[in-house]
Ligand binder design. Structure first.
Ligand code: UDP
Length: 445
């Protein structure tokens, strides 16, 4: 078919995975792919021999081979990458041959500075938004919620927010504030960048979020392509920045069907030491088997595992297997896995939906509180821990989802969603058709 696409992911795990998956999907449709990337958190090129890679060199970033996902770093990337990114795209354009033209840029929505580069070089830009539609809808309501006073104080109220359903008032400050950092700047940059773009690609499927899609299309009158879930085409393993511990699978192989709780809070979220101990006691007291990802750095101020207080180590090791990083998709697809206790990052949430695994939700910031409320109140396939990390509530939640009748009902509803995922990807399904539309759209540039 010919034609080359330039893709630029935000260099954090939860954003690299969907962008590299999208690259593989578009490659399978006949496009040639160039991944533009920063030196920090650069993708593993050997897993993608069929792609070209271009590193942009920027001194502030090249100093550090790894970079934590944070609001500060998103703002920084949008400032320091402009010149090297522009120079890189300019060079690629001038070297492109007539039989393989560069058709467009596809960049992460949070790399909003790239719209100015696209305009400057007169190259169409498509945006990849890696969150759910629902979370994007809530994020973009920031000015309205600010004006109505929802952000003026830390409220612990359980009252609903009519403007931002299905959130509760207490979810609002969590959504917009990350340990003193303010998301306002990147939300407005992202929204303006999307409005000026040629179209937006979503890692979701229509059947999951139809009403929100309609609202977003009214507010963003650019083409929207809902072609997900991406990981059903290509897994996230190839783009993992950390080594995946395969003992997770051999340990699961020894467990009974639907008997294990999988626990992981993704690549960015962090907890305090006291919260970690509450988690450990809750897990141990639930008397269920658990596979627990304790990512190095997840406990603030610790390298890896804190020394457990007396008695806790024994209680945990009796029923649990602790690892640093899991082959998550395989874990969720394993017959032994019954429930996923998650921070509700969008990739994790979608991966759980696709495997029909009910969830316990401990959202931290950004899109996570909205994803968690969708799990609990819209799709009714899990529950949210309302009081943070408290051992009794944790123990109760685990038993509700893994043992009680309401957990069985959650499992049934999750299995229905899993079915819908399979249908939307089949010929004639919503994501299948949207992908065909996207391919035609790109070829029209
Ligand atoms: N992941 C993994 N192993 C783990 C934990 C997470 O491979 O032990 C992957 C997971 O499958 C997902 C990504 O890391 O694709 C995390 O993305 P998500 O959006 O859920 O959360 P974030 O890390 O962006 O907060």
């Amino acid at each position: 078919m010919g034609g080359r696409l330039l893709l630029f992911p935000l260099p954090f795990q939860g954003h690299i995975n969907p962008m590299l998956q999208l690259a593989s999907i578009l490659y399978s449709k006949g496009f040639n792919i160039t991944i533009i990337h920063t030196f920090c958190n650069s993708p593993n090129k050997s897993n993608y021999p069929h792609f070209a890679f271009e590193a942009i060199s920027e001194e502030t970033l090249t100093a550090s081979p790894t970079m934590q996902g944070s609001v500060t770093n998103v703002v920084l990337l949008n400032k320091v990458c402009f010149d090297p990114f522009r120079d890189c795209v300019k060079r690629l354009l001038s070297n492109a041959s007539a039989d393989e033209p560069i058709l467009c840029l596809i960049t992460d929505a949070l790399l909003y500075f790239t719209q100015a580069v696209a305009d400057l070089l007169m190259l169409p830009r498509l945006v990849l938004r890696t969150s759910s539609l629902s979370a994007f809808h809530v994020l973009r309501l920031h000015p309205v919620l600010l004006q109505k006073g929802y952000l003026s104080e830390d409220s612990h109220s359980d009252a609903p927010v009519p403007e931002a359903q299905p959130l509760k008032v207490k979810d609002i400050s969590r959504t917009y504030k990350i340990e003193g950092e303010d998301l306002a700047e990147i939300i407005s940059g992202m929204v303006m960048g999307i409005k000026a773009s040629s179209g937006i690609i979503w890692n979701t499927f229509v059947e999951l979020e139809q009403p929100v899609l309609n609202t977003i299309q009214q507010n963003f009158p650019i083409p929207s392509f809902t072609i997900g879930p991406f990981h059903k085409y290509f897994t996230a393993s190839a783009s993992s920045l950390l080594e995946q511990d395969r003992t997770a699978i051999s340990w699961l192989d020894m467990q009974a069907p639907l008997s294990v709780l999988y626990v992981s809070f993704g690549s960015v979220a962090a907890i305090d030491k006291s919260e970690f101990f509450e988690m450990a006691w809750g897990l141990a007291n639930s008397k269920q088997k658990f596979l627990w990802v304790v990512r190095p750095g997840v406990i603030r101020g610790s390298e890896w595992l804190e020394p457990f207080p007396p008695g806790l180590q024994e209680a945990v090791s009796e029923r649990g297997h602790i690892i640093k990083w899991a082959p998550q998709q395989e874990v969720l697809a394993h017959p032994a896995t019954a429930c996923f206790w998650s921070h509700c990052g969008w990739n994790s949430t979608l991966e759980s939906v696709c495997e029909g695994v009910p969830m316990i939700c401990s959202p931290s910031f950004g899109d996570q509180p909205t994803n968690a409320r969708c799990v609990e109140t819209v799709w009714k396939v899990g529950l949210v821990l309302e009081n943070g990390f408290e051992r009794e509530e944790i123990e109760r939640a685990i038993r509700r989802v893994m043992i009680d009748q309401e957990g069985k009902e959650m499992k049934m509803r999750m299995s229905c969603l899993k079915e819908k995922v399979n249908l939307c990807l089949m010929e004639g399904g919503s994501s299948y058709k949207s992908l065909e539309d996207l391919v035609s759209f790109i070829l029209s540039f």
